[in-house]
Design a protein around this ligand. Structure first.
Ligand SMILES: [Zn+2]
Length: 422
């Protein structure tokens, strides 16, 4: 079973120096997780065409799309032919629209021109609720409507509306398969549904159209039992001989045995990567397979945080000095020079208070920081990120540290997955 990492411009600066917090340039000075780790901590990369709408614009040259000057996605990602690249349309980015903004022709042409290995058809998630601007509700068939308080409305879609989305996904898949006949990528049919039965029906239809690779979408909010039932029924009711099945965005460790049992070919998830900076308490996955919180040492020179510390009575230079003292002490604790934890943790907490972060629950973090520091778990990891960064890998501060910590998490998960698959 293959693991794909969804990519959303997740690179770091090659020359980042944690001691001086410095780096230079932009993409031209980038390094990807698959360049840091050998072998890469995933079997392939999932790139959403939605990224080109929201994050990184495609520039057309002589009618051909280019990503940062590259006409091939694999040259841009520097996969060197080692990692397959799977494309999808990023259905979650337009889930609140009546229809996908991307045409089937455009998706097929982008996959082809940009040299994707696999391309998923243009689908529309059959999600129970959507949030829309007032006035837009007229476009939808819904059974319930709620104010969200921000001038927006939350609609609970009717079964008719959901079925319309499912049929649209199937119709698109049919057209997409025809359009990709002589293309350079392998077409993947997207199956959507709003019940186990409708998902099964979608997969059957896609097989009937002639797809040999199917991606099941919209499962992220579904309960684990729902997915288990779906996998079981899929194996029982659909002839999947010669058909590969990918689960989009699903990473639940308790599901892995079922996924293997029912012959799932691949799955993707960025959750271990993103936990590094999105979760409150689970930021670093130790090689003991326990999650640890990262130590927040905010950058006082960050323009976004500057405003907050203006409210304190200290001068910016005093604050900066305090911040540097903490970073030094953490590194000295790492090397064994500093042994006294109480004072160090107290300094970290006092410094953090300057940032008036509402979500910050002192008592809770003090305990979590102590647990992390006492374990020195980052020292146990032999991966290139932990070896190079030392204790800085568990410091929550700036994207160069935070994303590298995410790479480490992905590496630990991937190692565990491969152990499991043995
Ligand atoms: Zn590591």
């Amino acid at each position: 079973m293959k693991f794909f990492l969804p990519y959303w411009e997740d690179w770091v600066h090659k020359d980042f120096d944690p001691l001086t917090d410095s780096y230079s340039g932009g993409y031209e000075n980038s390094i990807f997780a698959h360049e840091i780790y050998s072998p890469p901590p995933y079997d392939g990369v999932l790139v959403s065409l939605g990224m080109f709408e929201l994050k990184l614009k495609l520039i057309k040259e002589n009618g051909k799309p280019k990503i940062r000057g590259f006409s091939n996605i694999k040259d841009y990602l520097r996969t060197k032919g080692k990692l397959p690249v799977l494309g999808d349309c990023g259905a979650f980015t337009y889930v609140n629209e009546k229809r996908p903004p991307l045409s089937v022709e455009k998706a097929a042409s982008h996959y082809h021109l940009l040299g994707f290995d696999y391309g998923i058809s243009v689908d529309h998630i059959c999600c129970e609720t959507v949030t829309v601007e007032r006035g837009k509700e007229k476009e939808f068939k819904f059974v319930d409507l709620k104010e969200t308080g921000k001038g927006k409305l939350k609609l609970t879609l009717s079964t008719d509306e959901l079925e319309e989305r499912r049929q649209l996904s199937l119709q698109n898949a049919r057209e997409f398969l025809k359009l990709s006949k002589n293309a350079s990528f392998i077409p993947v049919g997207a199956a959507q549904g709003y019940s186990v039965e409708t998902y099964i029906d979608s997969v059957k239809e896609l097989v009937r159209y002639g797809y040999t690779f199917i991606a099941i979408g919209g499962l992220v909010p579904r309960r684990t039992d729902f997915i288990k039932e779906l996998l079981k029924k899929l194996a029982e009711e659909v002839d999947l001989e010669g058909v590969r099945v990918h689960l989009l965005g699903v990473l639940r460790e308790e599901l892995l045995p079922e996924m293997v049992k029912w012959g799932i070919f691949s799955f993707d998830s960025a959750s271990y990567l993103r936990k590094a900076w999105l979760k409150a308490k689970e930021n670093y996955l130790g090689i003991d397979y326990k999650w640890y919180a990262s130590i927040r040492v905010p950058d006082s020179r960050n323009p976004r945080l500057k405003k907050k510390i203006m409210r304190s009575n200290l001068s910016p230079s005093d604050i900066y000095e305090q911040e540097q003292k903490i970073l030094r002490a953490l590194r000295e604790y790492d090397s064994g020079k500093v042994k006294e934890l109480d004072a160090l943790i107290e300094d970290v907490m006092t410094y953090d208070r300057l940032f008036f972060r509402e979500e910050f629950k002192e008592g809770k973090y003090e305990k979590l920081y102590r647990e992390l520091l006492e374990s020195k778990v980052w020292r146990e990891c032999s991966c290139p990120v932990c070896r190079k960064l030392g204790i800085d890998v568990v410091i929550f501060r700036g994207s160069n540290r935070n994303k590298r910590r995410g790479f480490h998490n992905t590496y630990v998960f991937y190692g565990r997955l491969n152990e499991f698959l043995k």
